[in-house]
Design a protein around this ligand. Structure first.
Ligand SMILES: Nc1ncnc2c1ncn2[C@@H]1O[C@H](COP(=O)(O)OP(=O)(O)OP(=O)(O)O)[C@@H](O)[C@H]1O
Length: 263
């Protein structure tokens, strides 16, 4: 049985169909990377997995439990097993790094201050942020903020980690650092991960399998080596990062000659 099972998932907002019959299975310990153009429903997929959105049809099951059918208490328990790493880290600006990482522990665990302190230090060490506990988010770089967000997400020892565009806005070197941190977390903690990214280099490093969403449908979900050579024109255009091809709904502006562009 897959740990995360997305079955014929469809979701629309008014007339806008965002996800249409999406099927994805993620096995325990596996790392799935979800690619897709802007606005193709990648975040909507994660929000359905977390039970923050309800499918119009189809379902998401986590450990065999259909998310949309759970009671509040059951959903709360399933969410405890999922660590969410939000786009741009989403830290509480008024709190220190320590308080940000301790936040979930204080709310969900009956632990002494010493136990909380030890767990916060352990999590910060795991993401290479030891010694930053007294800093405020404003004092951190973008990459450091993401790592603190990861530390907060792993604090409650989740079985599943969801990363929503963990490298957006970071330079290529920091993007690589974040990719390595995700790999380390997966290996050290044995967690199952779903990562949404636009960064192909990290995608190929992190993924056991890569899925591509296109116009609401999942058009591929396969090993990186298979994905790379999949002849589907949308996949090949996405890999090339080329404006010409079937990927864009509207045709791209015509290519101008270099001379014209500089005149
Ligand atoms: N709660 C909502 N109400 C109405 N429309 C929504 C809602 N959530 C998402 N959408 C729409 O669904 C579409 C897909 O959004 P989503 O955030 O999943 O895209 P994405 O693939 O994650 O894009 P990006 O890569 O740009 O972050 C968008 O057009 C968005 O406006």
């Amino acid at each position: 049985m897959a740990l995360i099972d997305v079955v014929n998932l469809s979701k629309a907002f008014g007339p806008k169909v965002v996800l249409s019959n999406v099927n994805l299975q993620v096995q325990e310990g596996e790392s799935l990377v979800v690619l897709g153009g802007s606005g193709t429903g990648k975040t909507v997929l994660l929000r359905n997995i977390m039970g923050l959105l309800t499918p119009d049809s189809g379902h998401v099951a986590v450990e065999g439990k259909i998310i949309a059918q759970l009671s509040r208490e059951e959903l709360f328990n399933v969410r405890q097993s999922i660590g969410m790493c939000f786009q741009m880290a989403a830290l509480f600006d008024s709190m220190t790094v320590f308080e940000n990482v301790a936040f979930g522990l204080r709310r969900h665990m009956k632990a002494t201050e010493a136990e909380i302190g030890a767990r916060v230090e352990e999590c910060l060490t795991m993401v290479g942020m030891k010694g930053t506990d007294k800093l405020k988010p404003a004092e951190l770089s973008g990459g450091m903020k993401r790592r603190v967000g990861f530390a907060r997400a792993i604090a409650l020892k989740p079985k599943i980690l969801l990363f929503d565009e963990p490298t957006t806005g970071l330079d290529p070197v920091m993007t690589d650092v974040i990719g390595r941190v995700i790999l380390d977390l997966k290996e050290e903690l044995g967690v199952t991960t779903i990562t949404i990214t636009h960064d192909l280099k990290s995608a190929f490093e992190i993924a056991d399998r890569i899925a591509l969403l296109f116009r609401g449908e999942c058009i591929a979900c396969e090993k990186p080596s298979e994905f790379k050579v999949n002849p589907h024109p949308v996949i090949q255009q996405f890999l090339r990062g080329d404006a010409d091809g079937p990927f864009l709904q509207d045709p791209p502006p015509p290519k101008r000659k270099i001379q014209e562009a500089h005149s």
